[in-house]
Write a protein that binds this ligand. Structure first.
Ligand SMILES: Nc1ncnc2c1ncn2[C@@H]1O[C@H](COP(=O)(O)OP(=O)(O)OP(=O)(O)O)[C@@H](O)[C@H]1O
Length: 872
């Protein structure tokens, strides 16, 4: 055995050597026949190409390595790259490394072009009154659905040269291929059965081999169809998600307006963007194969059957389709509407959970688990009931659908297949064969052919039934798709409405202070903050009108003037910030403000401190990212300085560096969160800053330092606070909530000369009053002493009563001597003790009254003076 293997081994080696020898010889001969110059040139070309290829590979490898390193760094620092064309390159973690994604923003022109589709749908579609589409249009298989679907399609497939179009074409090609394969399989099936019946073993085995080969190819085709369907779905979703994000998160603050002003999407856009969008894209991609493929199948198979079974069968088949479709359509429940409502209920349930997560700490402190569970269970029950209702409706529909599509169609198929046998004149090619066989053809041969034709036709019929069935099933899919389409269309049209501020409808009555009654102007680029006759109105959800908080507000703050807005809770202090920031509409008048939000402009620190996801660095530089920070030529040293000034210099060390990622809203204390916001302010150094109760959790000594630091940095502060102690850091005070109804306001200058004089005068008055009290006290003491002298019993002086001791202590020796003298001289000693007692009690009560009055007044005046924060 071993010898044999060695032999075999050497034989193989010899064969290889001979092969190498043969081709080396050929090359050598060719080389010998070429000229020296040609050889030199060839060698040079070979060497150059090797060097170039090597260098290219080296560069590519180096670039890849640098990119990998950059990707890793950007992921670690939670950053990205700005490209010249305005797009962003981000890196996302992928397997062990990172994956690069380039994100380009949708152009404003595209939004404008699409606005027509979403805000001015054709009247025939029945969506709204031709101005703003109504979100309440019932989803179903109607013209509205067609318009909505085509509008979304224009976003999903923007050009015929786009990736999505390419994917659809490839998907279509594979679908056609499968139809063709089904035809081949049907024919092969018939042939195999024929050969089996005829006992033709060789042909039978060949048929089986063909069958297996075909099976492999068909399996590959099926897998590709599924893969491409998923690719189409994810490509659609990517397009729509990016489009929606560009419309949702931009300078127009649509993410705020959608929920707080428009209300067109109810509780929130999250359910629409996550769940509904995914289901819509999956259903849309599936529709292509569940509707397009059966349609092609039906056309091809019908043609084939027409050829083999004749026109009668075709007519029968077609009428069967129409009948089935009309029965199912009539009896099918409104799946579109049902799905749309289900989506909304899912959204409500989900948003309750999201709410609980966001407010877990507060709920935990209150121990509100039971209450929250009640809300959640209630919402889930409503969702459950709805879904059970849908399932109940589906039972009836499924029974009908199954019976018609599976059993009655099969029976009908047998009937049609028998046409060539029983009615040869109407039986197409099959009938012709029958007739030919009837005129002297071999009996057994004819039977075999009949068998083959029957098997082929039966398979065709099965495929046809399958395709027809899928078409019919897709009526339900289509209805469900109509539901998802309506949800996604509603979201996008609402976003367009908020983006374009398209609330005004000609000819329709506008409610006072509704979104269609916005007549004010906002001027950006002003070196200060100015309001001229601006009503401060808490907006209602469209189309309702808002609630007026302040009738008309006018004020102007220039650079270097610091304003404190004070007043009772809920009076509209933060509302002023909302109007100036553009969150709430300027219904009337003029608002002027700096151009930019953030650096060199105006910055708003909201009442509830916000901490983003990301690194510690991100918390300080928010809303900048690391890339923006580098662009501004700032580094971690600057961030540390800002943190130091906000008395948070210990944070990087405590938290483990700038790249640390944590759930910051849970990690930092209330005061720390507010100081992070101040650090942000010091990092951005804007010209103006609105601080809405931004230091309420900070101790007052640190608060003072923070205010002084901000002012030293040249930031003009507009503070919203109820703390009167903050007055000393400001030059103006806008006091809200004055007047009987609390709707009046006053803009006061803090610490003016006239104010100082006024306070001086008040203090003088107080001093005078106090001196009167002193005189009264002195007089009282005199009387006390006199009284003491009356306490004489049989020539002996008695010890004075206890209250006289106090008077004694306060009286100097000199005064005592004078008193004694007076005592000797005074004839009042002859008066009775009772008379003196009476006089004393009257005096006592008068004194107490005067003292308490004066003290109360003094206290009140002093507190008023402190409250006004005037430094005298
Ligand atoms: N998004 C909103 N939509 C409608 N009304 C609102 C909205 N936010 C606040 N309001 C109402 O506007 C009024 C003023 O609210 P605002 O937040 O300005 O009060 P505030 O003076 O800042 O009070 P506080 O001192 O408690 O912060 C309140 O009555 C409040 O109910």
């Amino acid at each position: 055995m071993a010898a044999q293997s060695t032999l075999r081994h050497s034989a193989a080696e010899e064969a290889i050597a001979a092969f190498v020898e043969k081709y080396s010889e050929i090359i050598r001969t060719k080389l010998r026949n070429t000229t020296r110059t040609t050889r030199l040139l060839c060698t040079l070309a070979l060497a150059t190409s090797i060097i170039l290829a090597g260098e290219g590979t080296r560069r590519r490898w180096k670039r890849k390595r640098a990119e990998k390193e950059q990707g890793r760094k950007l992921v670690r620092t939670n950053s990205w790259l700005h490209n010249k064309d305005g797009s962003r390159t981000i890196y996302v973690p992928y397997k062990d490394g990172t994956s690069k994604v380039v994100i380009s923003s949708t152009k404003p022109l595209t939004f404008e072009a699409h606005r027509r589709l979403f805000l001015n749908p054709p009247r025939v579609s029945g969506l709204g009154d031709g101005h703003v589409p109504s979100a309440q249009t019932k989803p179903g298989l109607n013209l509205a659905f067609l318009h909505q679907f085509l509008s979304l399609m224009s976003i999903m497939i923007p050009r015929w040269t786009s990736k999505e179009a390419g994917l659809l074409v490839s998907h279509g090609a594979f679908l056609m291929l499968r139809t063709y394969l089904s035809l081949v399989v049907a024919r092969l099936d018939g042939e195999i059965v024929r050969d089996l019946v005829a006992g033709n073993g060789k042909a039978f085995l060949l048929g089986l081999a063909k069958w297996c080969g075909l099976g492999g190819f068909a399996s590959y085709t099926n897998a590709m169809i599924k893969y491409l369907e998923s690719k189409v779905s994810i490509a659609f979703r990517t397009r729509l998600t990016r489009y929606i994000h560009d419309l949702y998160l931009n300078d127009n603050l649509n993410y705020y307006k959608l929920h707080n002003l428009d209300g067109g999407v109810g509780q929130g856009a999250d359910q629409y963007i996550t769940q509904d969008l995914t289901q819509f894209c999956a259903a849309a991609a599936n529709l292509y194969s569940s509707l397009g493929k059966p349609f092609v199948d039906i056309c091809v198979f019908n043609y084939q059957l027409y050829r083999s079974l004749g026109p009668l069968a075709l007519t029968g088949l077609l009428s069967n389709y129409f009948l089935t479709a009309s029965i199912l359509r009539k009896l099918s429940p409104p799946f579109g509407k049902l799905k749309a409502v289900e989506g909304r209920k899912e959204g409500d349930f989900r948003s309750l959970h999201a709410r609980l997560i966001a407010n877990a700490e507060e709920v935990a402190f209150y121990g509100g688990a039971e209450m929250e569970k009640t809300f959640l269970n209630k919402e889930f029950k409503s969702l459950k009931n709805w879904m059970e209702g849908i399932y109940m409706l589906k039972i009836r529909y499924n029974i009908l659908e199954d019976f018609i599509l599976k059993y009655s169609w099969s029976a009908y198929g047998y009937l049609l297949s028998s046409l060539p046998v029983f009615l040869p004149a109407w039986g197409g090619l099959g009938g012709a064969t029958e007739q030919a066989g009837g005129h002297g053809g071999e009996k057994y041969g004819r039977e075999r052919e009949r068998m083959k034709d029957f098997i082929t036709n039966k398979r065709l019929m099965l495929s046809l039934a399958d395709a027809g069935g899928r078409m019919m099933y897709s009526i339900k899919d289509l209805s469900e798709l109509a539901g998802y389409t309506s949800r996604v269309y509603t979201l996008i049209s609402t976003l367009h409405r908020a983006h374009a501020n398209a609330y005004y409808v000609r000819g329709r009555e506008n409610e006072l202070y509704s979104l269609s009654d916005v007549q004010g102007t906002t001027q950006k680029g002003f070196d200060g903050v100015r309001l001229e006759n601006v009503p401060i109105v808490a907006p209602g959800l469209w189309p309702q009108g808002g609630e007026e908080l302040i009738e008309s507000l006018s004020m102007m703050i220039r650079r270097g003037d610091h304003l404190l807005i004070s007043g009772p809770n809920g009076i509209g202090k933060s509302a002023i910030a909302r109007v100036i920031a553009g969150l709430w509409p300027v219904y009337r008048g003029l608002v002027s403000r700096p151009k930019n939000n953030g650096e060199d402009g105006i910055m708003f620190l909201p009442q509830r401190p916000y901490l983003s996801i990301g690194t510690l660095r991100d918390q300080v530089i928010y809303p900048d990212g690391e890339a923006d920070m580098r662009e501004k030529r700032k580094n971690e040293y600057d961030l540390k300085k800002a943190l130091d000034l906000a008395r948070l210099g210990y944070l990087p060390d405590r938290e483990g560096g700038w790249d640390t990622r944590k759930e910051w809203k849970d990690v930092l204390s209330g005061g720390e969160k507010q100081r992070v916001a101040i650090a942000r302010l010091l990092y951005h150094e804007p010209q103006f800053a609105f601080i809405d109760e931004g230091t309420s959790a900070v101790s007052s000594d640190v608060e003072g330092l923070l205010y002084e630091t901000c002012k030293e940095k040249g930031i003009t502060l507009i503070t919203i606070s109820t703390r009167a102690s903050l007055k000393k850091y400001h030059t103006y005070n806008l006091v809200l909530g004055l007047g009987e109804r609390g709707d009046e306001w006053e803009l006061q200058r803090i610490g003016t000369e006239s104010e100082k004089m006024h306070v001086e005068r008040e203090l003088q008055e107080l001093r005078e009053r106090l001196s009167q009290v002193e005189a009264w006290k002195a007089r009282r003491e005199e009387i006390e002493v006199e009284l003491n002298k009356v306490w004489v019993d049989s020539g002996e002086e008695l010890s004075p009563p206890s209250y006289a001791d106090i008077a004694k202590q306060n009286t100097s020796e000199e005064e005592q001597q004078q008193d004694q003298q007076q005592q000797q001289e005074d004839t009042a000693a002859e008066e009775t003790q009772d008379e003196y007692q009476e006089a004393k009690s009257v005096l006592d009560s008068e004194l107490t009254e005067t003292e308490s009055d004066t003290e109360t007044e003094t206290e009140r005046d002093v507190s008023t003076t402190e409250g006004s924060g005037i430094v005298v």
